[in-house]
Design a protein around this ligand. Structure first.
Ligand code: MD6
Ligand code: FE
Length: 207
């Protein structure tokens, strides 16, 4: 279980609120087991950008809608590319949302990204959701990742922070649309995933 009382951020960078070490090892292990079941029903796939480039992360989703990227562009869809509904978002993951975003409606989508040692994510905004007043909550599991935070427009000075397994981050309010990305992961920095790598969960109110 995640603590019910509203936690205080350990750090706020450009309005992005970071809750370092919010999830105990036990909670992380429970989530990992549930994510394995999700991946059995909705296997990870490597998204292709609208320009035809393979992304380096592998993705799947849980919830009533999941995030898809292919030659037709980015969008939320009610089904996995295999044609099946996405699995529901596990309670343990929903409870992180209600803990750090108690005033927001429940999320309908949980994007699951897997990073192998060479994976990264370029600077981007999350703006495919219908109501951009609702926050995005992100959970880091496994190897540490260098998270870069930029500005509301592309370019300019940036600040970086290492995200560790069990850290939770909230992008809401004026920080909802800041550019951000993952420069690299630190392979072997966590023992949570037996074969290494990093999983990032992003919870959203998509529709
Ligand atoms: C990642 N995260 O941590 C990538 N997006 O692997 C994101 O792109 C992200 O952490 C929106 C809000 C929080 C995030
Ligand atoms: Fe993002």
């Amino acid at each position: 279980m995640v603590k019910k009382s509203k936690p205080t951020p350990t750090m706020t960078i450009r309005g992005v609120r970071l809750f370092q070490g919010l999830l105990s090892r036990e909670v992380q292990t429970e989530m990992l087991g549930q994510l394995r079941e999700i991946a059995r029903a909705a296997p990870f796939f490597r998204p292709v950008t609208s320009r035809g480039q393979n992304m380096s992360v592998r993705m799947t989703s849980a919830g009533t809608v999941g995030w898809i990227s292919d030659r037709r562009g980015y969008r939320y869809e009610t089904q996995h590319p295999d044609g099946k509904d996405w699995p529901p978002i596990p309670e343990s993951i929903l409870s992180v949302w209600t803990s750090v975003a108690p005033d927001a409606p429940l999320p309908d989508s949980c994007l699951i990204n897997f990073y192998d040692p060479d994976a990264r994510m370029g600077m981007h905004q999350d703006r495919d959701e219908t109501d951009l007043d609702q926050p995005v909550v992100s959970i880091s599991l496994g190897d540490e990742a260098l998270f870069r935070i930029g500005n509301l427009t592309r370019g300019g000075k940036t600040e970086s922070v290492w995200l560790n397994s069990g850290d939770v981050l909230v992008m809401g309010g004026p920080a909802r649309l800041v550019y951000h990305g993952i420069d690299r992961i630190r392979p072997g920095s966590s023992q949570l995933l037996p074969d290494g790598g990093r999983i990032n969960l992003t919870l959203r109110v998509a529709r």
